[in-house]
Design a protein around this ligand. Structure first.
Ligand code: FMN
Length: 184
């Protein structure tokens, strides 16, 4: 129980093998997501699994255009990436899992983010790569984006997570030492 290696082995993966994931693998990751705590045990999450490559490409193209048109304060690097013709915000991963929740759910962001972290850690435990794709979030949180992926009425995207077999093992991203203020 004290093994932190799964935490150490989770990295955001940005290069994937083309291989699809089985339905049972995806269901295992989603089961892990639902083991997350949630405010007042509300469990407001809904999971949309997208494996249709043409749809993923469409969402990527529209997400890039949406961000470039609506975000005034994009950092230069992000703007250059999004302007790249061949840049796919999903890195051609075989699966996108969108975690959404009812718009009026008061703890939707916290609950879905915890579910997302569980899902990403479960992926790492299964030897899979994952990455939260903030670049897709803005589009998917609009009515147009929600309809592209068939979200239930009144649901809003919180966490778009790609998953797949990693094509390369990324180097760990360094962490700053934690600032800790001990009291007592
Ligand atoms: C809310 C959120 C949004 C993110 N959006 C993106 C994204 O759009 N594209 C991307 O390549 N990585 C994205 N990431 C991944 C971060 O860049 C990554 O977690 C960070 O650099 C630390 O690296 P690690 O996950 O490998 O430890 C996002 C992460 C979070 C938590």
């Amino acid at each position: 129980m004290s093994d932190l290696n799964v935490f150490r082995s989770r990295h955001s993966v940005r290069e994937y093998a083309r291989e699809a994931l089985s339905r049972s693998t995806v269901e295992t990751l989603i089961e892990a997501a639902t083991l997350a705590p949630s405010a007042m045990n509300g469990q407001p999450w809904h999971f949309t699994v997208i494996q249709d490559r043409a749809l993923l490409q469409t969402i990527s193209d529209r997400a890039k255009a949406h961000l470039l048109a609506t975000e005034q304060a994009l950092p230069g690097d992000a703007k250059r990436m999004l302007e790249g013709q061949t840049y796919n915000v999903f890195y051609n991963a075989p699966v996108l899992i969108v975690i959404s929740a009812p718009e009026q759910s008061p703890w939707a962001v916290e609950d879905c983010a915890l579910a997302a972290e569980n899902l990403m850690l479960a992926a790492a435990a299964e030897g899979l790569g994952s990455c939260w794709i903030g670049f897709a979030q803005r589009l998917l949180a609009t009515a147009v984006g929600a309809s592209l992926i068939g979200l239930p009425s009144g649901f809003r995207c919180v966490a778009p997570i790609i998953v797949g077999k990693p094509a390369v093992t990324p180097s760990p991203v360094a962490r700053r030492p934690a600032t800790i203020h001990w009291i007592g």
